[in-house]
Design a protein around this ligand. Structure first.
Ligand code: ZN
Length: 160
């Protein structure tokens, strides 16, 4: 069965950057499972998986614009320490959900200087060219319910 709109796909992957450093990998874990055509994974990868089948291996290079986007300088902001009420120690690397005009945004603390905290709302992989080594494990048809929900149910998916 070939991957098409509303296929449920399970695949193993190793993600490296241009320097060859491994950024993420499903090795030793369950494969990543997603609903094809529903925007569950980055566009550059989803596009290349179209038409492939279980057992296929492929190498996919994804540009930032088809990955996690370019780095947007306006998403780096300084906020007063007071904005983190209820948090005892604010430290670089901490992540918070921020309320923005565009909806909730995950931000990472990058710097703490006195009463000023710098947060970055860019995805950690924004601006990077990504290389995926992919091995497709399984392809099946989505259930009607999965299509309606826009995600996979059961193993590797949403349990509800
Ligand atoms: Zn659901």
């Amino acid at each position: 069965m070939q991957i098409a709109q509303n296929s449920v796909v399970a695949f193993h992957y190793t993600l490296t950057n241009d320097a060859g450093e491994v950024l993420d990998s499903s090795e030793g874990r369950d494969p990543l499972t997603y609903l094809h055509g529903a925007g569950n994974i980055i566009p550059g990868l989803e596009k290349e998986l179209e038409g492939r089948a279980a057992g296929d291996t492929l190498n996919v290079a994804v540009s930032p614009e088809e990955g996690y986007g370019e780095v947007q300088p306006q998403l780096v902001q300084e906020v007063p320490r007071d904005a983190f009420q209820g948090v005892e120690a604010v430290e670089p690397g901490m992540q918070f959900q921020a309320q923005t005009q565009g909806g909730p945004l995950m931000v990472t603390v990058t710097k703490v200087e006195g009463d000023t905290v710098t947060v970055d709302g860019n995805h950690p992989l924004a601006g990077q060219k990504l290389n995926f080594d992919v091995k497709i494990e399984e392809v099946r048809e989505a259930s009607q319910e999965e299509i309606e929900h826009g995600h996979v149910h059961g193993a590797g998916g949403v349990e509800h």
